[in-house]
Ligand binder design. Structure first.
Ligand code: PLP
Length: 517
């Protein structure tokens, strides 16, 4: 049966090169304009929940619409609903930094749109990923045992949560193969109260009994890093109860305040008990390309796996979590599948990596391209300068905080983040808390007031639209996190953000004073 000439005229040319060029140029121009004007937007979106359904139709169009019309709607309706993560006034969370080569690498990835689940399905996708992970592993000065050249290997995952699910699954299966599946109820996993919540989610998914999820308390005495003594005590108590220590998730650069768990002593303890250690350096890992920060992961040679997100601070767009393992075969044993339709000679030869067996899903994006473009376009020296520049800008912000007697740095600075707050004494002087204390209010009330005022300050700064920061609540202290990481940030933006904080501190303190009078 042939296609009638009437129908043939209706068939769209989905990849018409001229149309691709025309529309592609328009979209690149649109984005170039967006970046040129990005400072004009309030950093945090001001839309109300549900705003978009009031702007856009409630069903898809029956006829085609032009790219011009669609771009118009993006400008009118989508951009106002964006929080501008690439704004140079964005200092919130951890950065999602990226760059021209990163973005263009992403375009190439979509442009080729290969689903390189195994070597045969797209050899370049697999081989470039292995190569780039080798390059990056060397840049981070990872032990050779984590590299392909040392019988380990690296893989790009979507995010840290996936990396933890995969490694925890491998650790679980390794032990259950020996002890039998029934022992799953006895397996215990360990982290600190500063470990990222994705660990808890991963443990739940992997089938660890929620009662066997240990969150070890951290304190000022270890700067909120996990104490090796505490870990040992908890492990002993679990073993006494007939439980089996399985997995430790150690963090370098915790989400709240960038605390660092001491890897060497923690790994030594875990090794004594035959546990798997995963090092989560989601944010801080990028800094390890600089020798002065690399020392913070000393001890990683005793761990089993290490991951960091290149999409946080290494100029590569989402998503790009880099995971290395000493024993990739443990991962493959847990995650491999062998359906008939994927059988091929390369796999049978055992000479190739089939990355589908190193991750959760089957299909996978050609993420290595963007990382390759970033590493090649900048080179080691520029990438180090990029990290050092951001750390320098954070240090500069810290100096501004310290120059103003009303403020203090709340937690020690690591990397490119400052945690600061209005100093309790400034709150007390301001609010005549002495008077309130005479009235019977105690220390706890005072601490709450200090936290409340700092939360008000953060809210006011963010509502201004001129800067965006987030907060941490650690050891009872509410601190404002100021994290430098955007590609466009300069000293001018840092100085301006501090001015915004000072201005709003004046009004927040004045308001509080009046309220107490
Ligand atoms: N681990 C740490 C230390 C983090 O800071 C974060 C996110 O900020 C994560 C894990 C979660 O990363 P992902 O979104 O890649 O799962």
């Amino acid at each position: 049966m042939s296609i009638s000439s009437k129908n043939r005229s209706k068939i769209m040319n989905l990849l018409d090169p001229d149309e691709f060029r025309r529309q592609g140029h328009m979209i690149i121009d649109f984005l170039a304009d967006y970046y040129e004007n990005i400072e004009k937007y309030p950093v945090v979106s001001r839309v109300e929940p549900g705003y978009l359904s009031k702007c856009l139709p409630d069903s898809a169009p029956s006829d085609q619409e032009s790219v011009e019309t669609i771009l118009h709607d993006i400008d009118q309706y989508i951009v106002p609903g964006l929080t501008h993560w690439q704004s140079p006034n964005f200092f919130a969370y951890f950065p999602s930094s990226f760059s021209i080569p990163g973005m263009l690498g992403e375009i190439l990835c979509s442009g080729f749109n290969v689903a390189g689940f195994n070597w045969f399905s797209s050899p370049a996708a697999t081989e470039l990923e292995s190569l780039v992970m080798e390059w990056l592993g060397k840049l981070l000065d990872l032990p050779t045992s984590f590299l392909f050249s040392g019988h380990g290997g690296g893989v790009i995952q979507g995010n840290t949560c996936e990396a933890i699910i995969c490694t925890l699954t491998s650790a679980r299966d390794k032990i259950l193969r020996r002890l039998g599946h029934d022992s799953i109820t006895k397996l215990v996993v360990y982290g600190s109260d500063q470990t990222h919540c994705s660990f808890q989610k991963a443990a739940r998914i992997v089938g660890i009994d929620p009662q066997n999820f240990r969150t070890i308390k951290t304190t000022w005495s270890t700067s909120f890093g996990l104490s090796p003594d505490s870990l040992r005590n908890v492990i002993y108590s679990d073993i006494d109860r007939g439980l089996i220590p399985l997995y430790l998730c150690a963090t370098v650069g915790t989400t709240a305040i960038t605390a660092v768990d001491p890897l060497t002593p923690l790994c030594k303890i875990a090794n004594e008990f035959g546990m798997w250690v995963h090092v989560d350096a989601a944010y801080a890992g990028a800094s390890c390309i600089c020798p002065e920060y690399r020392k913070l992961i000393n001890g990683v040679e005793l761990a089993d796996s290490f991951s960091f997100n290149a999409h946080k601070w290494l100029l590569t767009p989402l998503d790009c979590c880099c995971l290395w393992l000493k024993d990739p075969s443990a991962l493959v044993k847990s995650l491999s599948t062998d359906p008939e339709y994927l059988k091929n000679e390369a796999t049978d030869s055992k000479q190739v990596v089939d990355y589908k067996d190193w991750q959760l899903s089957l299909s996978r994006r050609f993420r290595a391209l963007k990382l390759w473009l970033v590493l090649r376009s900048y080179g080691e020296h520029n990438l180090r300068n990029h990290i050092r520049n951001h750390c320098g800008l954070a240090k500069f912000f810290g100096e501004l905080v310290e120059e103003d007697g009303r403020f203090e740095i709340a937690f020690p600075r690591h990397f490119a983040m400052i945690c600061f707050r209005i100093h309790p004494s400034a709150v007390i002087d301001n609010m005549a808390i002495g008077h309130a204390l005479e009235k019977g209010h105690g220390e706890a009330w005072k601490a709450e007031e200090v936290n409340r005022l700092n939360a008000q300050l953060l809210e006011a700064v963010n509502a201004s639209g001129r800067a965006f920061m987030t907060h941490a609540l650690v050891g009872g202290i509410y601190a404002i996190r100021f994290c430098v990481g955007g590609a466009l940030v300069t000293e001018r933006h840092v100085a301006m953000a501090w001015k915004v904080v000072q201005e709003h501190a004046n009004s927040v303190l004045a308001l509080a004073r009046h309220a107490k009078e």
